[in-house]
Ligand binder design. Structure first.
Ligand SMILES: Cc1ncc(COP(=O)(O)O)c(C=O)c1O
Ligand SMILES: N[C@@H](CCCC[NH3+])C(=O)O
Length: 420
């Protein structure tokens, strides 16, 4: 999965020069590449060949509606986790019948709305949720399509905060309980069993945990057959990692080939995947400006105008994301110092950094880019320290389109009220 391209030693987004875009729209600024998003989506979709499948892009990784619209135009499905994401997908022209709905806390209202628009499937995460869906469907005179999210108790070997398939995690129902829950589902008149799903974690860099999880699900699928429950689809979630810093995660085609080899006895079984990061991460960068340089006896600091409110991954997961000079051809001068910097933001928190101990040649006023920022960047941003959310731009060929305007200061308290 590729980064934005370098050409002539400048960081290029397709054929557009990043520094020109930053000058036009200001910083901090998210820039995405449509061509890269499309290339990544096709890498998954093409890999399945003729095997029945549906790629359900995980909306949480980047929920800008222009991004969703690019996916919708490709014919993508969507994995959502809230009504907010559902409404976004619909607003972006997504097809409701290709939406799967994950999440441990679906409310009655969310379930009703999903039934109303006719989503593809609820990924059910508990017995109580299953009963609630049956109840809401009954009130609406509908039949709800479901799959059960099984927690296969497989170690995804990723950061503990983004590991989801272990018994200690809140997600899904355990393999041991699943058979009984399927029997219950079969007995509920407003439930239609469609499949089974799992999602064991995010930023996986090895195939084996995916394959182990698949094995456990297939064993369960056979047991269900004995109970007279025939599944039509298997949803293996998202989670394929990207190279942030030398990792070598499997290519989507390698992953898919290994899956299809396991599933050769099930040519009719539709496979659903829910990739997020693998599609969006390396289709985006976060550009920021160096406001100040300062040094003390132990550190050189580059203080930039993007903070943890714009990109929280380093603070939250100690995530390493590459940082580069936007124009690497700029000469070293008295002001432009080559040094090992901590790149820190404006927020009043020690965890407010984009990267630590990075070799850069920069001066105050220069631009830097944090790579792999297309996933879990803007979608996890906040207004902390009363900082307006930043603008987002999509490069499409030689055009840069503003797809989200920078918030104004008045936007910050738009929904707040003084006491009477
Ligand atoms: C249920 C579910 N599906 C898909 C994803 C997308 O994961 P990733 O961005 O790692 O592909 C997530 C997030 O980890 C998730 O919780
Ligand atoms: N937000 C996380 C991934 C969690 C995915 C959600 N299940 C990240 O930035 O890496």
């Amino acid at each position: 999965m590729d980064f934005f391209q370098y050409q002539h030693n400048r960081l290029m987004a397709e054929s557009v020069v990043v520094s020109d875009i930053a000058e036009q729209f200001g910083t901090p600024l998210y820039i995405y590449s449509r061509a890269t998003l499309e290339r990544h989506w096709h890498a998954f979709d093409n890999a399945f060949g003729d095997h029945p499948h549906l790629i359900c892009y995980a909306v949480k990784s980047n929920s800008n509606i222009a991004v969703l619209n690019v996916m919708a135009k490709l014919g993508s499905g969507f994995d959502i986790v809230s009504q907010g994401e559902l409404e976004r997908v619909l607003a972006a022209g997504g097809d409701a019948s290709k939406i799967v709905f994950s999440g441990v806390a679906k409310t009655e209202q969310e379930i009703a709305r999903a039934l109303e628009v006719g989503i593809r499937c609820f990924n059910v995460e508990s017995i109580s949720e299953l009963k609630r869906i049956n109840h809401v469907a009954e009130k609406m005179g509908k039949i709800a399509p479901i799959s059960l999210r099984v927690n296969p108790d497989v170690d995804a070997k990723t950061h503990p905060y983004i590991s989801t398939g272990l018994k200690e995690n809140k997600f899904g129902v355990s393999v041991d309980q699943a058979r009984a829950v399927y029997r219950l589902a079969q007995s509920l008149p407003h439930i239609n069993i469609s499949g089974m799903d799992c999602h064991i974690g995010s930023q996986l860099t090895e195939l084996q945990p995916f394959l182990d999880a698949t094995d456990r699900l297939l064993v369960l699928m056979q047991q269900l057959k004995e109970d007279g429950i025939e599944l039509r689809h298997l949803d293996l979630g998202g989670g394929l990692g990207v190279p942030y810093h030398g990792e070598q995660p499997p290519h989507p085609s390698e992953y898919t080939t290994a899956l299809l080899a396991k599933l050769s006895a099930y040519p009719q079984l539709e496979i659903i995947l829910e990739p997020g990061r693998a599609i969006t991460a390396n289709a985006g960068i976060l550009v920021s400006k160096v406001e100040y340089l300062k040094s003390n006896e132990s550190r050189h600091f580059a203080i930039v105008d993007a903070g943890m409110n714009d990109m929280i991954r380093p603070a939250l997961y100690q995530a390493y994301m590459e940082i580069i000079e936007v124009d690497r051809t700029l000469p070293q001068t008295e002001q432009r110092q080559s040094a090992v910097y901590d790149i820190v933001g404006p927020i009043c928190e020690t965890s407010d950094f984009l990267g630590k101990q990075r070799q850069l040649t920069i001066a105050e006023g220069d631009l830097i880019a944090q790579r792999s920022a297309g996933a879990y960047g803007a979608s996890m941003s906040s207004n902390y320290n009363s900082r307006p959310r930043t603008a987002e731009v999509m490069v499409d060929g030689d055009q840069a389109h503003l797809i989200k305007r920078r918030e104004s200061y008045a936007d910050l308290w738009r929904d707040e009220k003084l006491l009477p």
